[in-house]
Write a protein that binds this ligand. Structure first.
Ligand code: PNS
Length: 200
């Protein structure tokens, strides 16, 4: 039987653990998997194509049937040039489905031999996206466990983090108390708080 070559296309800006999870799953069902980074002329990316390629190459080196490449133009043309018969895409939630279905059907219209295979990443990555990773990181949040360590380090060198707004001491106290039911009497020194009689 002819080996099945699949393309896993995307922006990978940056690579997340959700992408890696999908690459691992794909590597188990396809004979060869090509992770293809789109050279987006119109989309401003945080990482250059070379940087994204380096990160992907080093993080996928352990999968012997996985390679990394870049492409531009139509995906169907690129897939044909590689002798690929399948496109791998990840679906995290129903909200992804509409866009992915449209793309899969359009690709099939352009080349009826090209099949799109959808796979689900592990549930723990079902809310993860490159866009959110960049946003969280920029605002000083933790991205541990969401991206490989190497990507986290590169983000550190790349993104200027916006420091959280400085709160005045009274605003800080108020924030600490918010969410807790604190009686005003409890905030007074014990001696000053009026004593209530115990109800029998
Ligand atoms: O990770 P992304 O950004 O959602 O990936 C989108 C990608 C790269 C798969 C899609 O934009 C694509 O295939 N672009 C290549 C141009 C193309 O073929 N467009 C028609 C798709 S129906």
């Amino acid at each position: 039987m002819k080996p099945v070559i699949a393309i896993y296309p995307g922006s990978f800006d940056p690579l997340t653990n959700g992408h890696l999870d999908l690459i691992e799953r794909g590597s188990k069902i396809f004979d060869q998997l090509i992770v293809a980074i789109l050279r987006h002329p119109e989309k401003a990316a945080l990482f250059t194509v070379d940087e994204r390629r380096q990160m992907l190459e080093s993080m996928t080196a352990r999968f012997k049937n996985v390679s990394v490449d870049t492409f531009d133009g139509l995906l169907v043309d690129y897939a044909r040039s590689k002798g690929a018969g399948a496109v791998l895409r990840g679906i995290r939630a129903i909200s992804d489905y509409e866009y992915e279905l449209q793309m899969a059907l359009m690709n099939r219209k352009l080349d009826r031999r090209l099949e799109t295979v959808f796979m689900m990443p592990a549930e723990k990555y079902s809310y993860l996206s490159s866009r959110l990773v960049k946003e969280i990181f920029r605002h000083g949040g933790s991205v541990r466990g969401l991206v490989p360590k190497q990507v986290e380090e590169r983000l550190r060198g790349k993104v200027r983090r916006v420091s959280p707004p400085q709160l005045s001491p009274s605003a800080r106290e108020e924030r600490l108390l918010r969410g807790k039911v604190v009686r005003v009497s409890r905030l007074r020194p014990a001696s000053a708080a009026p004593r209530r009689k115990a109800r029998l």
